[in-house]
Design a protein around this ligand. Structure first.
Ligand code: FES
Length: 264
């Protein structure tokens, strides 16, 4: 974990309220899919608290400067302020933080399930799976959003060679249903070896239920409110599964958990 001043390489609007932020920073060469950073805007009127963002991509030094890319959505005043940050400004960056998805050995049938702004770390994961020699034609990406405008990175998943399944809440693209509906159907038809997921808590809770019912290994990356990101404020607690007493801290023990570790 490194705290540093990171220089903004770009902060581009990619659609509606979605932006990609490129940061020049060191120490991320071994960062892994699922890990996150805490970002704080510098300057007057900047929000006091750092904000957590999952790592969307590692920047290759041969193409740009070493660093990371974050994909975020404007959801409030803090992220709106973030969208106004300009190239060459500096930001306070803490990371890489948290654990990561555990990659399987080559061969298995894999489901990735992403809802809304939970999709960005799954792009990092899909690229890591491909780099690890996984046959991506056996990998299925289940991509859900409120509407077509909220379906992130679909072209990237297709370029990686994954089979894509789309749902939207309003029916503007793909099937009009919850993304967990086609996952449940496909899990029955194809018996995946592992499910990786990131998205809203109800989606993750449903997937945990599906994975337990069908005895499929499942890793979920949980999004939580985070004030510190390092286990100091106890603000990101999630209940341990079963009869285990106590809580996990998403920032320190996660954000990635096996489905049988958490009660969500
Ligand atoms: Fe402070 Fe997790 S964010 S303990």
């Amino acid at each position: 974990m490194i705290q540093q001043k990171a220089r903004v390489l770009w902060n581009r609007r990619i659609s509606n309220d979605y932006y990609k932020l490129g940061l020049s920073c060191g120490g991320y060469e071994t960062a892994a899919p699922g890990q996150f950073v805490m970002v704080q805007i510098q300057g007057q009127n900047a929000p006091l608290l750092r904000r957590p963002f999952s790592i969307h991509a590692l920047l290759a030094p041969e193409n740009s400067e070493a660093g990371i890319e974050i994909l975020y959505k404007i959801v409030g005043s803090g992220t709106r302020r973030l969208s106004e940050v300009r190239e060459d400004q500096t930001m306070d960056l803490l990371g890489p933080l948290g654990n990561s998805f555990l990659l399987p050995p080559p061969g298995p049938r894999i489901f990735l399930v992403g809802g809304g702004i939970g999709v960005p770390p799954l792009v990092f994961l899909a690229k890591a799976l491909r780099s690890n020699g996984i046959d991506m034609s056996r990998c299925h990406m289940f991509l859900g959003g409120r509407s077509r405008a909220d379906l992130l990175c679909r072209e990237t998943f297709l370029d990686i060679g994954m089979q894509l399944h789309i749902t939207t809440d309003d029916g503007s693209d793909g099937a009009q249903c919850l993304i967990t509906d086609p996952v449940e159907q496909a899990a029955a038809d194809m018996s995946p070896d592992i499910i990786y997921a990131c998205g809203p808590l109800p989606m993750l809770a449903c997937l945990v239920g599906i994975s337990r019912a069908k005895s499929i290994r499942c890793q979920v990356s949980i999004e939580a409110m985070m004030a510190c990101g390092i286990g100091a404020c106890l603000g990101c607690a999630v209940s341990k599964a079963g009869n285990a007493d106590g809580y996990w801290h998403v920032c320190k023990d996660g954000p990635v958990f096996e489905a049988d570790q958490v009660d969500i």
